[in-house]
Ligand binder design. Sequence first.
Ligand code: BGC
Length: 488
Amino acid sequence: MTMHTRTHKQVDLTHTTEKMIGDRLRKYESLFKLTPEHMRRLVKAFTEALDLGLAKPKQVVPMEPTFVFGWPSRQEQGDFLTLDLGGTNLRVCLVTLQGEGKFEITQSKYQLKEEQKQEDGQKLFDFCAECLKKFVDAHLTDENGGLRLKPGENLPFGFTFSYPCSQERIDHGELIRWTKGFQNPHTEGQDVAAMFRKSLERFNLPIELTALVNDTTGTLIASHYANPKSKIAVVLGTGCNAAYMEHVKNIPKIKHLGIDDNTQMASNCEWGAFDSFEHEHLPRTKYDVIVDETSSKPGEQAFEKLISGLYLGEILRLILCELIDEDVLFLGQDTSQLEIPYALDTALLSLMENDQTDALLTVIGIFAHFFALETAIEERQFFRALAHLIVVRAARLGACGIAAIVSRMDYLEEGCLVGVEGSLYNKYPGFVETVHEGLQDIFGEQGRRVLIPLNIITHHAEDGSGLGSAIIAAMTRIRLDAGLYPNL
Ligand code: BGC
């Protein structure tokens, strides 16, 4: 436990402390700043990483082929089950596609406990199958308790598994590595679709795993289904990643599969891994290095660790801890609660930035309630300014990733929509505007902040991955029924 002796009144700062805070803020501003010039350099390096991932297997940014062939027709029909495993909750959906772009969704959420992210992989999938069973019992039985399915009928199922997987076909995927703090043993290097099928058998469910889908690929297909101008999808939540539709002729590493060159296939970039291991490009501060080195996967997911919701609160917490150690903050108070790793959730940064009161009452409440700490107004303003710097950097880095895909696909002239899922994008005040400003800085008149009408517009892709996974299962059934690439 750390205790510091306070030499002045509880929430009035001395002139010296006030000055120290001001000096520190200027230091952090320059540390977290990303100039347009730097952003353009990052976009170039990012574009090269995308090219490399498409050319050869097992690259840092792996650009995983998804076996989702082209866009949906919007005429897909039928009932589909989906399950989303990717972060804090499990989500099970029954999606009814009605054609002409219409659909209905019934969904249930199931909470995933922290311990479940560490237990044996098969046990985690057993839990997922158990949730599916509960959902089927609740939503797919008739008044006599029988299943509302024809005898022998199996419901097509889209498994949204939001971790990097290397796929050989649509219903297969070898987990490259766990991300987002999951560490379930006996899963990395395994075919997670096969593991899931094993769990399904245990519960004797009338379900057929038709497609293994990443959340970004689901979001890509769902947002295009809602608006065909949508051509790129991004997830900015607990983790971060993007997907887009690539021309098969531009994916040299799958040439041996003999897919028609004029076909398109969704590519799951797994861009969270950009600049992993070598750390040549990203502007990592010493706080980012600590986040990385103390994580369960040091060196990995370098881009994600600077951007995603799992880590942003921790970056701020580490800065505050440094200032506690240097006797700048919370003198004379017990700071032990704030010194617990990951105690400052990114959602709290969002609440802090949303605080409209002059006295910053929400910030007072957060520090008092979660950390038993009293704060002076100058400190609260400082914390809010720090949160802003960290999140603005994240949004601008996100813009670099989007710009790399836009450049690669030459979408700048014709324009496109970018469907985005995830709490950071949907809920963090000002995030959307900052991403757009970042895109302006990259593509606007070089060197000057002159606004040109930009055709690249991001929008919130609601229900992205659940709906997308169902549409992909439908597209797969149609493709396989037509005998197209039956082994893929
Ligand atoms: C995973 C991706 C996923 C992203 C967003 C990352 O940690 O590697 O597969 O799309 O999180 O959920």
